[in-house]
Design a protein around this ligand. Sequence first.
Ligand code: G3P
Ligand code: CA
Length: 275
Amino acid sequence: ATRVPAPTPVKRPLVFAHRGSSVAEPEHTLTAYLRAIEEGADGVECDVRLTRDGQLVCVHDRRLERTSNGQGLVSTRTLAELGELDFGSWHPGPGEDDDLVYDVTADGRARVLTLDRLLTAVHEANRPMRLLIETKHPSRYGPAVEEKVVEALRRYGVHEPRRGHPVEVSVMSFSALAVRRTRRLAPLLPTVMLMDLLPAGLRGGRLPFGSRVGGPGVRLLRAHPELVQRLHDRGHQVYVWTVNEAADVDLMIELGVEGVISDRPGFVRRRLDEL
Ligand code: G3P
Ligand code: CA
């Protein structure tokens, strides 16, 4: 009898929600993250910044204007002051499911999200969840952000991978200095080296400071798809940001990357499920 060849297994990349499900909901709000979990994301991504009183909040920009009704630098406000602002009303509209609204004040304001609250949310998902925390460019005045991040992760017992633990955290950055600081503070904490340009240093060796994962932007990969193979050849995994279009999802499958980071995690999940 003719043997029917087994179908080629399709390797499905992990889907990470970039700033939460951030097309449907205002980025970096609890609602955006809970929607991502509901949409079946394998993990979520967030950016962190320090407030004036040393609290970690999930905000992308240095300034408040784009994603809140406040003005000025995030770093000049206390957490209580940020709590007075609305991080939701700038967003163009409600998501597909209007009743998914969390952490909103009585007068309808979406609260700033703290890293602690996000850590609680990913633990409450009650299924395996991954969290990618991006520290922006490090401060010249010392490793404050990295220290606070590692401190928070230690409180939740997720500063290093633990067999059988449902929450797996990685810290990522475009800055090799930030990666080095993080690994000094928590040597077993996985790190992702983000890149928006071809990494010159990769020619000879591996990614700096023990990062297992390289994180190129999708535009870089469209121009240099061979970078995936170069990273794989050196034993690295590849997580790509920000993959929002069907053609890019298909390209990521073709290239065999291990993770895609998307503003539309539900859409990407459905596209991958179709394959
Ligand atoms: O996931 C990495 C990606 O978030 C880096 O760019 O500007 O969206 O933080 P940005
Ligand atoms: Ca980011």
